[in-house]
Design a protein around this ligand. Sequence first.
Ligand code: ZN
Length: 164
Amino acid sequence: MGRLNIVTWPDPVLARDCDPVGEIDASLRRLAEDMLATLYAAEGRGLAAPQVGQPLRLFVMDTEWKERAPAPRIFINPEITWTSPETQAFEEGCLSIPGILARVERPAQIHMRWTEIDGSAQEADLHGFDAICAQHELDHLDGIVTLDRVDRQMRLALIEEYNA
Ligand code: ZN
Protein backbone atom coordinates (compact mmCIF):
# COMPACT_ATOMS: atom_id res chain seq x y z
CA MET A 1 0.00 0.00 0.00
CA GLY A 2 1.24 3.44 -0.81
CA ARG A 3 0.67 6.77 0.80
CA LEU A 4 -0.90 9.51 -1.26
CA ASN A 5 -0.42 13.25 -1.04
CA ILE A 6 -3.23 15.01 0.79
CA VAL A 7 -4.52 18.06 -1.06
CA THR A 8 -4.99 21.15 1.10
CA TRP A 9 -7.63 23.86 0.93
CA PRO A 10 -8.22 25.94 -1.23
CA ASP A 11 -7.19 23.49 -3.96
CA PRO A 12 -10.05 23.55 -6.54
CA VAL A 13 -10.45 19.74 -6.43
CA LEU A 14 -11.94 20.26 -2.94
CA ALA A 15 -14.71 22.42 -4.39
CA ARG A 16 -15.86 19.95 -7.06
CA ASP A 17 -19.01 17.94 -7.27
CA CYS A 18 -17.38 14.50 -7.56
CA ASP A 19 -18.29 11.88 -10.17
CA PRO A 20 -20.01 8.61 -9.26
CA VAL A 21 -17.76 5.56 -9.18
CA GLY A 22 -18.49 3.29 -12.14
CA GLU A 23 -16.86 -0.12 -12.23
CA ILE A 24 -15.09 -1.26 -9.06
CA ASP A 25 -11.90 -2.48 -10.70
CA ALA A 26 -8.33 -3.13 -9.55
CA SER A 27 -7.36 0.53 -9.80
CA LEU A 28 -10.30 1.59 -7.61
CA ARG A 29 -9.47 -1.10 -5.03
CA ARG A 30 -5.87 0.11 -5.06
CA LEU A 31 -7.01 3.71 -4.58
CA ALA A 32 -9.18 2.73 -1.58
CA GLU A 33 -6.30 0.78 0.01
CA ASP A 34 -3.91 3.66 -0.54
CA MET A 35 -6.44 6.08 0.94
CA LEU A 36 -6.66 3.92 4.08
CA ALA A 37 -2.86 3.81 4.35
CA THR A 38 -2.82 7.59 3.94
CA LEU A 39 -5.56 8.02 6.57
CA TYR A 40 -3.65 6.01 9.18
CA ALA A 41 -0.33 7.71 8.35
CA ALA A 42 -1.98 11.11 8.82
CA GLU A 43 -3.64 9.92 12.05
CA GLY A 44 -7.05 10.89 10.74
CA ARG A 45 -10.44 9.23 11.00
CA GLY A 46 -11.89 9.94 7.57
CA LEU A 47 -10.55 10.70 4.11
CA ALA A 48 -12.44 11.40 0.88
CA ALA A 49 -11.14 10.76 -2.64
CA PRO A 50 -10.99 14.47 -3.64
CA GLN A 51 -8.62 14.98 -0.68
CA VAL A 52 -6.08 12.89 -2.59
CA GLY A 53 -6.88 14.65 -5.87
CA GLN A 54 -9.42 12.11 -7.22
CA PRO A 55 -12.86 13.64 -7.85
CA LEU A 56 -14.76 10.40 -7.22
CA ARG A 57 -17.63 9.56 -4.87
CA LEU A 58 -15.60 7.43 -2.48
CA PHE A 59 -14.45 7.88 1.10
CA VAL A 60 -12.75 5.80 3.76
CA MET A 61 -13.35 6.01 7.49
CA ASP A 62 -12.15 4.43 10.70
CA THR A 63 -13.54 6.21 13.74
CA GLU A 64 -12.25 3.73 16.33
CA TRP A 65 -8.68 2.76 15.47
CA LYS A 66 -7.11 5.19 17.95
CA GLU A 67 -9.09 3.78 20.88
CA ARG A 68 -9.60 0.18 19.77
CA ALA A 69 -8.39 -2.03 16.93
CA PRO A 70 -8.37 -0.77 13.33
CA ALA A 71 -11.77 -1.17 11.66
CA PRO A 72 -11.33 0.27 8.16
CA ARG A 73 -14.47 1.03 6.19
CA ILE A 74 -14.83 1.97 2.52
CA PHE A 75 -17.92 3.81 1.23
CA ILE A 76 -18.56 3.96 -2.53
CA ASN A 77 -21.29 6.19 -3.99
CA PRO A 78 -22.71 6.94 -0.51
CA GLU A 79 -26.10 8.63 -0.14
CA ILE A 80 -27.81 9.94 2.95
CA THR A 81 -31.45 8.85 2.80
CA TRP A 82 -32.65 10.21 6.16
CA THR A 83 -31.45 12.71 8.74
CA SER A 84 -32.74 13.16 12.29
CA PRO A 85 -34.29 16.47 13.33
CA GLU A 86 -32.00 16.42 16.38
CA THR A 87 -28.59 17.93 15.75
CA GLN A 88 -25.17 17.78 17.38
CA ALA A 89 -22.31 20.26 17.19
CA PHE A 90 -18.68 19.18 17.12
CA GLU A 91 -15.30 20.85 16.62
CA GLU A 92 -14.35 19.19 13.34
CA GLY A 93 -10.82 18.93 12.06
CA CYS A 94 -9.98 18.19 8.42
CA LEU A 95 -6.79 16.69 6.98
CA SER A 96 -7.12 19.19 4.10
CA ILE A 97 -7.33 22.20 6.45
CA PRO A 98 -4.54 21.33 8.88
CA GLY A 99 -4.55 23.03 12.26
CA ILE A 100 -8.11 24.33 12.01
CA LEU A 101 -11.09 23.18 14.08
CA ALA A 102 -14.51 24.39 12.97
CA ARG A 103 -17.62 23.97 15.10
CA VAL A 104 -20.21 22.45 12.76
CA GLU A 105 -23.78 21.54 13.64
CA ARG A 106 -25.20 18.50 11.85
CA PRO A 107 -28.03 15.99 12.19
CA ALA A 108 -27.22 13.69 15.12
CA GLN A 109 -28.32 10.55 13.28
CA ILE A 110 -28.45 9.59 9.61
CA HIS A 111 -29.40 6.67 7.45
CA MET A 112 -26.89 6.05 4.69
CA ARG A 113 -26.74 3.74 1.67
CA TRP A 114 -23.55 2.90 -0.19
CA THR A 115 -21.74 0.26 -2.23
CA GLU A 116 -19.07 -1.90 -0.60
CA ILE A 117 -15.69 -2.56 -2.22
CA ASP A 118 -16.98 -6.04 -3.24
CA GLY A 119 -19.83 -4.38 -5.13
CA SER A 120 -22.60 -5.28 -2.67
CA ALA A 121 -25.23 -2.77 -1.58
CA GLN A 122 -25.16 -1.79 2.08
CA GLU A 123 -27.10 0.52 4.37
CA ALA A 124 -26.94 1.49 8.02
CA ASP A 125 -28.01 3.96 10.67
CA LEU A 126 -25.09 6.00 11.93
CA HIS A 127 -25.01 8.08 15.08
CA GLY A 128 -22.52 9.80 17.36
CA PHE A 129 -19.08 10.39 15.90
CA ASP A 130 -19.73 7.96 13.01
CA ALA A 131 -22.57 10.23 11.84
CA ILE A 132 -20.41 13.35 12.14
CA CYS A 133 -17.50 11.78 10.28
CA ALA A 134 -19.63 10.28 7.49
CA GLN A 135 -21.42 13.60 6.90
CA HIS A 136 -18.09 15.47 6.88
CA GLU A 137 -16.65 13.05 4.30
CA LEU A 138 -19.81 13.01 2.19
CA ASP A 139 -19.66 16.83 2.13
CA HIS A 140 -16.23 16.52 0.48
CA LEU A 141 -17.85 14.56 -2.37
CA ASP A 142 -20.16 17.55 -2.94
CA GLY A 143 -17.29 20.06 -2.85
CA ILE A 144 -18.16 21.27 0.66
CA VAL A 145 -15.62 21.77 3.48
CA THR A 146 -16.13 22.76 7.12
CA LEU A 147 -15.42 26.41 6.23
CA ASP A 148 -18.59 26.31 4.12
CA ARG A 149 -20.62 25.07 7.11
CA VAL A 150 -19.97 27.99 9.48
CA ASP A 151 -21.28 31.55 9.36
CA ARG A 152 -19.46 34.24 7.38
CA GLN A 153 -17.80 35.84 10.40
CA MET A 154 -16.46 32.49 11.66
CA ARG A 155 -15.35 31.55 8.14
CA LEU A 156 -13.27 34.74 7.87
CA ALA A 157 -11.77 34.20 11.35
CA LEU A 158 -10.84 30.58 10.56
CA ILE A 159 -9.31 31.50 7.18
CA GLU A 160 -7.27 34.21 8.92
CA GLU A 161 -6.08 31.61 11.47
CA TYR A 162 -5.31 29.13 8.67
CA ASN A 163 -3.25 31.67 6.73
CA ALA A 164 -1.37 32.95 9.78
ZN1 ZN B 1 -12.25 16.95 5.66
